[in-house]
Design a protein around this ligand. Structure first.
Ligand code: 6CS
Ligand code: FE
Length: 296
């Protein structure tokens, strides 16, 4: 057995058969004080996510949506941190928006988001990754099933699943326009994926991930246990979800765009080290290495 298989509870892409392993770490790391109610915390602990309706009011959402449109229109598709769709030049993601010096930087330190992250992660937090995902009407493309933590552990060196995503809905996310789909309670299990990571994997994986994704048999097993739910809500709502929750989303053939901004908070006690897989570090727009603590 390779040494990393015996010592790393989250080894992955090391085996030739998929495997579902227990998660040795907690989901809630703190004592509970913060903006989320006890009921919301229980839901998060059990299901791995919680949807908070209308945390941002109409005026705030209007300003955020305008800033997102501006970021998209100004984005240079030749840059690594701007991801275009494979089949067109449409912008799919703009990364590292928490360093824009403007709207999204302010958003990243907003206590409605960072306060909830501190409450769940039980420590100070910093932004590990941020991005705007655009899923335009008619041609929004899907995101295949994956656990973010599997990728962040193997490709970026995040030690433990002590991180979460806050997805701020910039448009209404309804069942029909490709909302986040989650497998409830899958965050309590760790799916080891099969296959070695190709070189410069991120260039492909951010458009259409093919490694670090569970096999179909693993997904059948997980859905058998937990079913499927979606993170729908009106614009201004926020979906908080655990870094190890199995999730994805379908395409959008409706005329109604689904645009969300994601802020990934990591515990300051869980800063990234060297990748646990065999490839070199990915670029910093995917995994911040500067721990700038969000002030309380
Ligand atoms: O590789 C990553 O870090 C990213 N990829 C996906 C599909 N989701 C999370 C994250 O932005
Ligand atoms: Fe993801």
């Amino acid at each position: 057995m390779a040494p990393e298989m015996t010592t790393d509870p989250y080894h992955s892409r090391t085996v030739d058969r998929w495997e579902i392993a227990p998660r040795p770490d907690p989901v809630l790391w703190g004592e509970g004080a913060g903006p989320l109610s006890p009921e919301q915390l229980v839901h998060y602990a059990e299901k791995g996510f919680v949807v908070c309706w209308r945390l941002f009011d109409e005026e705030e959402v209007g300003a955020l949506a305008a800033a997102a449109a501006k970021a998209r229109d100004a984005a240079d598709p030749a840059r690594d941190d701007v991801i275009a769709e494979a089949s067109s030049s449409a912008i799919r993601s703009v990364f590292r928006v928490h360093r824009d010096g403007e709207m999204f930087e302010r958003l990243s330190v907003d206590s409605r988001l960072a306060g909830a992250a501190r409450q769940i992660l039980g420590s100070d937090v910093y932004v590990h990754q941020s991005r705007i995902n655009f899923k335009p009407g008619f041609d929004g493309r899907p995101f295949p099933w994956h656990s973010d933590f599997e990728t962040w552990h193997i490709e970026d060196g995040m030690p433990r699943p002590r991180a979460l995503s806050a997805s701020v809905l910039l448009t209404d996310n309804i069942e029909q326009n490709g909302p986040l789909l989650v497998i409830p309670s899958s965050h309590r299990l760790y799916v080891r994926c099969v296959g070695e990571t190709p070189e410069n994997h991120f260039k492909e994986s951010l458009v259409n991930q093919a490694y670090g994704v569970p096999t179909r048999a693993a997904l059948v097993d997980l859905v058998d246990r937990g079913g499927i739910m979606s993170g729908t809500g009106p614009a201004g709502s926020v979906v908080f979800f655990d870094s190890n929750l199995m999730h994805g989303s379908g395409g959008n053939i409706t005329p109604l765009p689904r645009n969300n901004v994601f802020l990934v908070y990591n515990s300051v006690d869980n800063a990234v080290v060297e990748p646990f897989g065999k490839r070199p570090r990915r670029p910093e727009f995917l995994a911040e290495r500067r721990v700038d603590v969000v002030p309380t």
